[in-house]
Design a protein around this ligand. Sequence first.
Ligand code: NAD
Ligand code: UGA
Length: 317
Amino acid sequence: MVTGDAGFIGSHLAQALVQAGAVVVGVDRRDPATDPTAAANLAALQRLPGYMHVTADLLNCAIEPLLVDANAVFHLAGIPGVRPSWGPKFSEYVASNVLATHRVMDAVTRMGVPRLVVASSSSVYGPTEGGPSVETDRPQPASPYAVTKLAEEQLCLAHSAQAHCPTSVVALRYFTVYGPRQRPDMFTHRALTAALTGQSLRLYGDGHQRRDFTYIDDAVAATIAAATIPTASGVINVGGGSSASLLEVINIANSLSGREIQVHQENPRSGDVLTTRADPGRAHEVLGWQPQVDLHNGMRAHMQALAAETAAYGRAA
Ligand code: NAD
Ligand code: UGA
């Protein structure tokens, strides 16, 4: 089962699993029949045998019937995004990231599912000195979102540590994932869209903040390894591919498109950290994983996908 399959990472993961021969039940509260983003994310998947989408809210749906014969659950459903978490939507973050996760863990325990992989976040580390973050570092979440992601991963691990729980848990701390179908609130999507369309780009701060950008295919490979390697458990960083500043991302977008992005600088946003950087050692040791796609090639693929979408919208209009 893949929760959040109508989202960015979940749709890629479900597709890769089905293409590898797995039977996948996807669960998401976004309905592809009425939600254009969900429809676009699931378009390729819905044509594949071995895949079924269920539109349901994990806060109140019956989860156990969806888990019959499941040998792994990938729990990616949640409310992502650092900056909006300060506002009135915080209750939604708590509901989906914490309360719904508790229901999922209850159900997988009762149904005897042997492995659950949960999507955690680099944001749990908070401000760092610039050096790579190791899984044993003390978390210092700097936003309400990050607090819910820390609660989410620790909740799953607490369930798993109960004597009667048959489920081993791997919590993956993804570092800023990018690539085709990336959420439109994220920076890489916005920079590439600005480069393609000529719209201006809002830059929060001076652009020297750095992220350990992780290409979607690399994130998916780590996620599948986390479910299939018998000895994997605990917290694992998924990042370490391409440390770059936002200004470097803008430069790559400029050079890929041949157009100079118009940048409007605004104040830095609360809860954003200056630098994220993964120590990828545990991912390599436990999962045998290392990122394969560098930022230039990943952004090229991301831009090609956005350009194809823009052309398709143009034809439909
Ligand atoms: P996304 O918003 O594209 O996908 C999340 C999906 O979860 C959405 O389709 C949403 O409808 C679904 N969902 C939310 N609450 C639900 C509920 N109560 N019941 C059923 N479905 C629900 O986000 P994404 O970028 O693909 O992120 C996926 C996961 O990875 C999230 O948990 C996020 O916190 C985490 N994460 C993402 C990144 C990143 O860079 N994208 C980095 C770190 C962690
Ligand atoms: C991303 C995801 O959005 C989170 O869900 C995820 O948990 C997190 O990665 C993670 O790694 O754990 P973030 O690093 O904030 O969070 O990624 P972006 O949303 O792409 O923002 C990156 C930087 O670009 C931030 O400093 C942000 O302030 C800046 N930004 C973003 C802008 O300057 N302009 C924009 O229009 C959008």
